[in-house]
Design a protein around this ligand. Structure first.
Ligand SMILES: Nc1ncnc2c1ncn2[C@@H]1O[C@H](COP(=O)(O)OP(=O)(O)OP(=O)(O)O)[C@@H](O)[C@H]1O
Length: 270
């Protein structure tokens, strides 16, 4: 594991050379009308470069989902700047693919019609995309379920459909809010293996919320830890495990010591 400026870098953005796809600088945010005027974020900075897989971890209530809503443009920062591909705040809505915690598949639509939804919203021509979607369905292990309805799918399958639908937004940056959080451990393990195998071909950038430390280390190039107290800091950990990765690396000494370190850091935050 290598850590930017020491073991852990505090304050986020690590001065990396290539221009970031997402750049957050000195972000301040408090929910309007909150009598205590409690800041969710105070002077938070972070960045994500093209092609990275970055996880965001933090205690419940530390602001992970709020951060995603700020990035998507559903909320506006009180102060500071959020740039996506250099685009300023206010021009961000629709510029990222967002997968919320619940799969939110439309129950009256088949798998393929759910996946086609982003193209309908942006009024893109569907015809040319069908062949591409069928190829992805096959890679997602869903070829035989093209005409199935959500209630006919397992939990893992539903998440894969929701992920594919997010992919079909065509956006380079995907925000995934605990996509595997509700899955049983065996299905989750299978999803990890599947995603690790797919990662090299996806050519996307992912910001990923999770409560699962093992999942964060296994999947990520870097991890941001949101502090649970004054919310004025964000810590960053670089995961120097080679890719392609297999889920069995969780048993390796290097992995176990990273996990220990992450746990200690969280413990210190508390
Ligand atoms: N619409 C809102 N109005 C006022 N406060 C809110 C609103 N949404 C969230 N909060 C508060 O903001 C804080 C951060 O919430 P958020 O959902 O972002 O946390 P989180 O880290 O995603 O939590 P979890 O891990 O439990 O999903 C919490 O204290 C929450 O009560």
């Amino acid at each position: 594991m290598s850590i930017c400026s020491g073991k852990w870098s505090i304050g986020g953005a690590s001065g990396l050379s290539s221009s970031p796809i997402l750049s957050i600088s000195e972000l301040n945010y408090a929910f309007p009308g909150d009598a205590s005027s409690k800041f969710i974020f105070q002077d938070i900075s972070m960045e994500v470069r093209s092609g990275e897989f970055v996880s965001v971890i933090g205690a419940s209530g530390s602001g992970k989902s709020t951060l995603f809503r700020l990035i998507t443009g559903l909320l506006e920062p009180d102060q500071g700047q959020i740039l996506i591909d250099g685009q300023q705040s206010g021009q961000r809505l629709g510029s990222v693919g967002y997968m919320p915690q619940k799969d939110l598949l439309l129950p009256w639509r088949t798998v393929i019609d759910n996946v086609l939804l982003p193209l309908e919203i942006t009024r893109e021509k569907k015809q040319g995309k069908i062949a591409e979607i069928r190829e992805w369905l096959s890679r997602f292990g869903l070829a035989e379920y093209e005409n199935a309805y959500p209630h006919e799918l397992s939990g893992g399958m539903k998440q894969r459909v929701a992920f594919l639908r997010t992919l079909m937004t065509g956006r380079d940056l995907l925000l995934l809010d605990e996509p595997f959080g509700a899955l049983d451990s065996m299905t989750k393990h299978n999803m990890h293996s599947w995603l690790l195998e797919l990662w090299g071909d996806l050519q996307k950038t992912v910001l990923f919320i999770t409560h699962d430390l093992e999942e964060a280390i296994l999947l990520s190039d870097r991890i941001y830890l949101l502090s649970g107290d004054g919310k004025s800091r964000v810590k960053e950990m670089k995961i120097d495990l080679t890719r392609p990765r297999r889920s069995e690396i969780i048993y390796q000494t290097e992995f176990i010591s990273m996990r220990k370190e992450l746990e200690m850091l969280i413990h210190n935050e508390e």
